[in-house]
Design a protein around this ligand. Structure first.
Ligand SMILES: NC(=O)c1ccc[n+]([C@@H]2O[C@H](COP(=O)([O-])OP(=O)(O)OC[C@H]3O[C@@H](n4cnc5c(N)ncnc54)[C@H](OP(=O)(O)O)[C@@H]3O)[C@@H](O)[C@H]2O)c1
Length: 278
């Protein structure tokens, strides 16, 4: 009888924050399909989390959902203790969850400043510290999900952009510290991806029609389409694979080429969706 086919992440243990919806869910399902047992954290809906666990387990791996409010960094270590009790190790950690209130910087309340940074920065550091005892000696992979607001000014996104820029900087410092232990640390920076949060930003933050805005962006993107959750999940699946062991300290910009086009080309060239363009 032929041996059962192996999958690239067979037997690995992955933890993904904010795995109930959008990009986090897509990453969890993709890593499960590649053979990893997946722990996802969620904030609000245990029911939604249980549904994703069910989908994960359909891939023949174990799934576990744990509640975690990342706005409270002190809540992070006990979650990793639970993961340790359940699996004894972690091979992959994906810091995906983020949240903010989309307002101009001058209107940001101190509470939201603290909360935005607590979720994306303080809890990221707390998670790395908490995961290390479970990851040490395992050729671990750490991936942080960034955003184009980290380097492009976007209305209402200043605060989250500041937090994401900090995360990209932390990725480099962590890569330097953890490289000698065989652990890589990278980021993925998706362009505009169709999820609940991009809809919320475009409709409520910018007051625009979501479908029409996404279509207009696609027309200005060199590959002529919007990004999908699956695009991001595929990229993460590669970053955490054995084949990506020489990649560390990098944040991969995954936007179909949208942000590399010069503003002048936008005005002048049909290729860039400019005058006479698509
Ligand atoms: N969508 C895009 O176009 C885009 C582009 C660039 C970067 N990103 C980044 O990609 C990541 C995922 O975005 P998304 O669009 O998939 O977002 P989403 O659909 O809004 O999902 C966010 C996830 O994070 C969790 N979460 C939010 N606040 C939390 C908190 N305080 N504590 C714990 N968990 C919390 C949510 O849990 P609940 O379901 O319990 O609320 C949810 O699972 C974020 O880091 C975002 O900045 C997104």
């Amino acid at each position: 009888m032929a041996p059962a086919p192996t999958r690239p992440l067979d037997g690995r243990v992955a933890v993904i924050t904010g795995g109930t919806r959008g990009i986090g869910r897509g990453i969890a399902l993709r890593l499960a399909r590649d053979g990893a047992h997946c722990v996802l954290t969620y904030r609000r809906s245990a029911e939604l989390a249980a549904q994703v666990v069910e989908e994960i387990e359909r891939e023949g791996v174990k799934g576990l959902a744990l509640p975690l409010e990342l706005g409270q960094p002190s809540h992070v270590p006990p979650v990793f203790e639970r993961v340790g009790e359940a699996f004894g190790r972690v091979d992959i950690f994906v810091a995906n969850a983020a949240a903010t209130s989309f307002r101009p910087m001058l209107e940001q309340k101190a509470d939201n400043v603290r909360r935005t940074f607590a979720i994306s920065v303080d809890s990221f550091i707390a998670a790395i510290q908490a995961v290390m005892p479970l990851m040490r000696g395992r050729a671990g992979r750490i991936v942080a999900v960034s955003g184009i607001d980290s380097f492009q000014a976007m209305p209402g996104h200043g605060l989250l952009g500041g937090a994401k820029a900090a995360v990209e900087s932390l990725v480099r410092s962590l890569a330097l510290e953890l490289g000698p232990e065989g652990i890589t640390v990278n980021g993925v920076n998706p362009g505009m991806i169709s999820t609940d949060s991009s809809r919320l930003y475009i409709e409520r933050g910018l007051g625009r029609d979501y479908e029409a805005t996404m279509a207009a962006l696609a027309a200005r993107t060199p590959v002529r389409r919007s990004g999908t959750v699956e695009d991001v999940a595929d990229c993460v699946a590669w970053i955490v694979s054995d084949g990506a062991g020489f990649l560390t300290g990098q944040t991969i910009l995954l936007d179909g080429g949208l942000t590399m086009v010069s503003p002048l080309a936008r005005l002048a060239s049909p290729l860039a969706g400019g005058e006479g363009g698509a």
